[in-house]
Design a protein around this ligand. Structure first.
Ligand code: URA
Length: 434
């Protein structure tokens, strides 16, 4: 195969055949296609796009490029949940225990955070003793016993995506709907779940800045999954402001535990309940979304979701003290409130800016090898629509060093936009694609 011909075909707006896509993916993994040809092809896709069939073929070919997880030993229909990434997004920590409490088996592989968005694995590692590395037989045993496992990646999953993503990252070709859709879905298909619930984030803190783009990405991913015989649904949700009130690993676990007891912020509870309900429906534990929502709300009220979370934590070697307000999670040594001298209503909170501040406090990584400090982060006491009076504490900074407080407080102030009149209410969920 002459890879140059494939680049030329795509450059001129042509459609690659399944055989050509297969050869390209194999060439990427074997190293036969050099990085400069991969880059040129990715740029051609960036400008010319791909048909749905091409995108689907790319996702399937990539999903088979390494290990494929066999979850057939799990009793029931294993369901996965994936978010395209946001700031303060801890819905996985709420939705998965709720779905598990409803009887849906969940074996989820999650990632570590990079850049301004946090990773579920980093959040879970703030729980003392929690182990994220598990073998497949251990995961299957755990899920059959307690219904849920959240682990870091097992095996050599989708090496084609690892290679392609690394090149896209440095060649300005990440922002392409067919490339994002095939990248995400190749990993979901290789992870073995039969049902997949996607949370596609829209807004300043997300990959997709506009609702139109997000809808297109969601449609493409749902079609890929369904074309591969999986049950898939995508929810489009807001990421213009951080979700919930906390950003930072241990703070987010604490907030998820509060939410599982009905004491969480309304936006986090609403989205987590919706995602859990979709998981329950996709997992065959309810015939309609209404029935699933009712089931999940009951599990929240009875604290069955909290018990599921606790069982999963214990199964993975972690320990939480549910009798303590801090649950025994790591605590920051430096804590300071942020007050405003001006007053008004919160019109916007720049999720990207908040995510970057929290990353600089030590909750995230600029580079893969950076160390994580689980106790640091920010708590936002005022969200969009709230009134701020002068000297109100608008946010709290949790830091490891006093010298970080002033800079972080200044950045958080900058992230807020105030207005004199109450802003229009904002939507949390824009659409659902089935
Ligand atoms: N997340 C992924 O896994 N892949 C992309 O291409 C973008 C976001």
């Amino acid at each position: 195969m002459h890879f140059q011909d494939l680049i030329e075909k795509k450059r001129d707006g042509g459609t690659l055949s399944p055989g050509e896509i297969e050869a390209l993916v194999q060439g990427i993994v074997s190293g036969e296609v050099p990085d400069y040809q991969i880059s040129a092809w990715a740029m051609a896709v960036y400008f010319q796009g791909m048909s749905q069939e091409e995108t689907q073929n790319l996702a399937i070919a990539m999903s088979k490029s390494g290990d494929v997880i066999d979850l057939s030993g799990i009793q029931g229909v294993p369901v996965d949940k994936h978010s395209t990434g946001g700031v303060g997004d801890k819905t996985t920590l709420v939705a998965i225990p709720l779905a598990a409490a409803a009887g849906v088996p969940v074996a989820k592989m999650s990632g570590r955070g990079l850049g301004h968005t946090g990773g579920t694995i980093d959040k879970l590692e703030s729980i003392p003793g929690f182990q994220v590395e598990r073998t497949l037989p251990q995961v299957i045993e755990q899920v059959n016993r307690v219904k849920a496992a959240i682990i870091s990646q097992m095996g050599n999953l989708v090496p084609a995506d690892k290679k392609l993503y690394a090149i896209r990252d440095v060649t300005a070709t990440v922002d392409s709907i067919p490339l994002i859709a095939s990248s995400v879905m190749s990993k979901k298909l290789a992870s073995g779940a039969q049902g997949i619930v996607l949370d596609v984030k829209v807004g300043r803190g997300a990959f997709m800045k506009s609702l139109d783009q997000a809808r297109q990405l969601a449609r493409t991913m749902v079609d890929i999954g369904q074309g591969a015989g999986r049950k898939v649904v995508a929810v489009l949700s807001d990421m213009n402001q951080p979700l919930g009130r906390t950003v930072g690993n241990a703070l987010e676990v604490r907030e998820a535990l509060d939410t599982l007891q009905g004491r969480g912020p309304a936006d986090l509870e609403e989205l987590s309940v919706l995602l859990a309900a979709h998981m329950v429906k996709v997992g065959g534990q309810a015939d309609s979304l209404e029935e699933a929502l009712l089931k999940v709300r009951t599990l929240l009220q009875t604290r069955a979701g909290l018990m599921s979370f606790q069982q999963m934590v214990e199964a993975q070697g972690g320990s939480l003290d549910l009798t303590r307000p801090d649950y025994g999670l790591p605590q920051a040594s430096e804590i300071a409130g942020v007050t405003f001298t001006n007053q008004g209503y919160v019109k916007a909170i720049d999720a990207l800016a908040v995510g970057r501040t929290v990353m600089r406090l030590g909750a995230g990584r600029e580079r893969l090898e950076d160390r994580i400090f689980p106790e640091v982060g920010v708590e936002l006491h005022k969200k969009v629509g709230d009134r701020i009076n002068s000297n109100d504490i608008v946010a709290t900074i949790y830091a490891r060093d006093k010298s970080q407080l002033a800079q972080a407080a200044a950045e958080i102030k900058q992230a807020y936009t105030l207005t004199d009149t109450p802003p229009d209410p904002v939507s949390l969920v824009f659409d659902t694609i089935t």
